[in-house]
Design a protein. Structure first.
Length: 157
């Protein structure tokens, strides 16, 4: 007896697609980045704000403090530098090489007006920490509010 088997003409392509994914790995995958999300080729940062200052932390492994330049202009912090190449043995054959080397740069808009002259930076264990004090006009002000009965109450603005 003859048996009828349903044939899916595009099923052959699924196997080919899986083989290509295995062959090329991450090169064939696409991912939409959100606005403000860093590129995989940049270094990660944390930006925090308090009433008195803005703090930026950036991880820069393999970078020396003397190879980093920091500028602040018109509310934008720019961190530039270079992670130097290490000498490698020519007999080594790498199977995977993910450690990023070479020049890097990243510009970050700051959340408040900062006093560029009072900025401080420290570099410890591959982490750059920049403290930028806010200008007086960027700090929150406390305004005293008089109650209708003449009593004073305070409110933060």
């Amino acid at each position: 007896m003859t048996q009828v088997v349903r044939w899916y003409p595009f099923s052959e392509f699924r196997g080919l697609n899986r083989a290509m994914d295995r062959l090329f790995g991450d090169f064939t995958t696409t991912r939409v980045r959100l606005v403000g999300e860093p590129s995989p080729l940049t270094f990660p940062v944390d930006i925090a704000e308090t009433d008195s200052d803005v703090t930026v932390k950036a991880t820069l492994p393999g970078t020396k403090p003397e190879d980093v330049d920091i500028t602040v202009s018109e509310g934008v912090l720019t961190i530039r530098g270079e992670s130097r190449h290490e000498e490698t043995d020519e007999k080594e054959n790498y199977y995977r090489r993910e450690i990023r080397r070479g020049a890097f740069s990243r510009s970050l808009p700051l959340p408040a007006n900062v006093d560029e002259e009072q900025a401080e930076a420290e570099f410890t264990d591959g982490v750059l920490q920049i403290r930028l004090p806010k200008t007086d006009d960027a700090r929150p002000k406390t305004i005293k509010v008089k109650a209708a009965g003449g009593e004073l109450a305070s409110a933060a603005a």
